[in-house]
Write a protein that binds this ligand. Structure first.
Ligand code: UD1
Ligand code: CA
Length: 448
């Protein structure tokens, strides 16, 4: 394989998005558009990657890509895609045999497409291979104009005649050039309608120089370019359908595919059932044979096998196996629920470890706690973990029974096999095997 460098164009303003956020920073299935592009580009192991950014989006894009070693150049004035690409010349000139130029708003291009484009350029000895696609609705894209089956030109939507607008083959905005790309781009003239330097105007220049141009036609949704929120919606839909079919084909039972959201990075084991209304956000893995009922929301969590989750909100947590959560439970960051734990309705668990077979079944708040095995937390029990300044810990030993409506004022340590009477407010540590009660004695008096 010859050595290839890449230019990613991300300095456009993205006016059609109607947004104060840079277009390429919009989220697509858990990742900003530009991150999708960069991840794909890096997957082919290029020599150097240069991202062309603008003044408004440079900081945020640099931060997003700080874990990569891509380079950045500025395009201060938005003078078009050819002008943007030229900004990379100072870094890339004489550095690589081939230069891929990739629109930063085409998030779903993958390794296969990029490698095919490079291979075709090498095999056919072309100076340019461009990716094209035949679309049912080509609106907005540059049209591929051919004469006798040979590429003649690319005409942008705004420049196209009515007849040209009927052409369904479009330019996908992914190009593989030979190393002389800078000489070709330098000759692009300002286009007279939008006053921009169109990268696509390089075609007649190459033709004049008698250079060979090839087309690589790829008719799948992966070539979709995001200009508007509708484009983003379409990309999201395509990704989602692909993801859901992959999951179904790997043994997951999704009852209503039109009524779930499953992030592209989700991992779900076979024989797990996903009910309608479930929202699986980024960073979630779910093991085999789980039942996830609507309307649960899961994010950044690891769920083992044989769990049942009903109408609950789970974030940043680990749920081991054979656990029941919900309905209406809130499992918050830092929580680990061990095997056979039961968390019932209207219970909130935050940053707590709950060991095997313990139960928190009704209306509880458990925060910053360690709860041993086989503990029963009665209805309405809360840990008073916050003293107005800091969060304090509650520790409860195994086999303890905490009656209903108990206040555990942290920091506090409850030993093993302790019994706390219902309604108690507990402020002192309780040693193992003790009974404690702390509530006003009930009086019965004659009615006045
Ligand atoms: C472009 C192509 C069009 C193709 C389509 C595919 C041109 C002239 N047209 O149109 O043929 O069908 O992509 O999706 O290239 N950019 C800059 N600086 C600029 C202008 C643009 O960096 O001054 C970047 C944008 O951030 C974007 C890319 O270049 O990533 C393409 O620009 P955009 O305005 O989206 O072009 P399209 O109209 O989509
Ligand atoms: Ca575009």
């Amino acid at each position: 394989m010859k050595n290839v460098s890449v230019v990613v164009l991300a300095a456009g303003i993205g006016t059609r998005m109607i947004s104060s956020i840079s277009k390429v920073m919009h989220n697509l299935s858990g990742k900003p558009i530009i991150r999708w592009v960069i991840d794909s580009v890096l997957s082919i192991n290029p020599n150097i990657v240069v991202v062309v950014v603008n003044r408004a989006n440079s900081n945020i894009i640099k931060k997003l890509l700080s874990d990569t070693n891509v380079k950045f150049v500025y395009q201060k004035e938005q003078l078009g895609s050819a002008d943007a690409a030229m900004k990379a010349e100072k870094i890339l000139k004489n550095k690589s045999d081939y230069i891929l130029i990739v629109n930063g708003d085409t998030p779903l291009i993958d390794k296969i497409i990029l490698n095919s484009l490079i291979n075709k350029t090498i095999k056919t000895n072309s100076s340019l291979t461009l990716l094209s696609s035949i679309l049912r609705n080509p609106y907005g894209y540059g049209r591929i104009i051919k004469k006798n089956g040979i590429l003649k030109n690319i005409v942008e939507e705004v420049n196209a005649t009515e007849k040209e607008k009927e052409i369904n083959e479009i330019n996908s905005g992914i190009y593989c050039f030979d190393k002389n790309v800078w000489n070709y781009l330098k000759n692009v003239k300002q286009n007279n309608i939008k006053k921009e330097y169109y990268l696509t105007d390089v075609i007649p220049i190459l033709k004049k120089k008698k250079k060979k141009i090839s087309l690589f036609v790829y008719n799948k949704y992966e070539t979709i370019g995001i200009n508007t929120r509708i484009d983003l919606l379409n990309a999201e839909r395509e990704l989602k359908i692909k993801k859901i079919y992959n999951l179904i084909n790997s043994g997951v039972n999704i009852i209503d595919i039109n009524n779930v959201y499953i992030s592209n990075d989700a991992k779900i084991g076979k024989d797990t059932i996903i009910y309608p209304g479930v929202f699986i956000d980024i960073g979630v893995s779910i093991g085999e044979k789980c039942v996830i009922k609507g309307y649960s929301y899961l994010i950044n969590s690891k769920i083992g096998y044989n769990n049942t989750i009903i109408y609950s909100y789970i974030e940043g947590s680990i749920i081991k196996n054979k656990v029941t959560v919900g309905p209406f439970a809130h499992i918050r960051h830092g929580t680990v629920l061990s095997e056979n734990v039961k968390i019932g309705n209207f219970s909130e668990i935050k940053n707590s470890k709950v060991k095997e077979k313990s139960k928190i079944n009704h209306l509880s708040y458990i925060g910053d706690s360690k709860i041993g095995k086989n503990v029963n937390i009665g209805a309405g029990t809360i840990t008073c973990n916050y003293d107005g300044k800091k969060k304090n810990k509650t520790i409860i030993g195994q086999k303890s029974f905490i009656g209903s409506n108990v206040n555990l004022v942290a920091p506090i340590k409850i030993g093993e096999n302790v019994f706390i009477a219902a309604g108690s407010t507990v402020t002192k540590n309780v040693p193992s095997n003790k009974f404690t009660i702390s509530r006003p004695k009930q009086k019965i008096k004659q009615k006045k």
